[in-house]
Design a protein around this ligand. Sequence first.
Ligand code: ZN
Length: 388
Amino acid sequence: MRRATRRTEGNERARHLLLALVALGAVGVVACGVTPPRARFVMPPREGGTPAASATPATAEAVATPLAATEVPTPPSIPDVTIVAVGDIMLARRVTTLMELQGPTYPFERVRDLLEGDVTVGNMEGAFTERGTPLVKQYTFRTPPQLASALSLAGLDAVSLANNHATDFGVPGLEDTLGALEQAGVRAFGAGLDAERAAAPVVVRAENGARVAFLGVDDIGEVLWAGIGRPGVAPANLEGVRTTVEAACTEADYVVVFAHWGAEYSAAPTARQRELARAAVEAGASLVIGAHPHVLQPVERMDGSLVVYSLGNFVFDLDGDDMRMLGEGPFQAAVARITLSRSAPPRLEVAPVRTDPTEHRPRPATPDEAAAILDQLRELPQTAPAPR
Ligand SMILES: [Zn+2]
């Protein structure tokens, strides 16, 4: 959103790198207050057939082909909005050391152009604090508060704190994190000083006037849950997702749910992920974005909305040992660029990126790497709605 003068140029460059992933012919849209009958949506199964992604050559030329979402002829009165989303951002350990040596722009430097959009969002995996006591758990992540500027310098407008690391350094750590993000000009959602604030949407207004509400929910645990008068993280539950999405629809034109969920290192979404996604979509969410598995997972067109089950690691200090132990999966990532419209289904484009094991930061993927990444993001057949 910021740096408006750079945006056009940045978008142009980004468009040349973005690869079209999914071009849908389905007509219709689910958004706040617009819910067409399910029968109108035809979702050809892709899994087991030709993967949706492999139809697109993994070269920059692929972007020359316009995406062919069939549009309803009446022009929308509410403007379209482009959301740029990334997965887990972990700025602790070696990433902190590198930022202290090289400056706060270090983690995002090689992918900075890809992050330009109307609203840019990601999952902030850790606390910005020098206080607090680490929770008793295997991994705890913290970064000095002044380095929160890394996020705004990278173009991030908002981050989800609904994850299993936001309270790694207790309530003081969360308080410092909220303060550091505010100081950096980055909106935070999915955690807060009490349950109401943790569950409340952050509404970001794009320059064209479109209002986008972001909600964050965590389905993993190992956290301090927000409560009445108690700071913490917003939990994921079906009823809570429904009511918060419905409420957010009264404040915004589009609702986006950022969910922290799924099984680590699993390339397939769980039944629970699909159930939570469906609850969000049926309540009016246009887009559901997931993180936590540390690997990419497929996407799903659900009614007229889009679910991106896991965007994988975006910034993580992975190294050669991780490669030997865990393979390529955690190194594969994507910048998702989703255009939301009130008159057409969400349009998804993906820029494949890969974590460099020696630089501990993402860089654009090579064509071979990109093909493998797009295959991980192949489109699943739509989950059948639960019987009523
Ligand atoms: Zn996580």
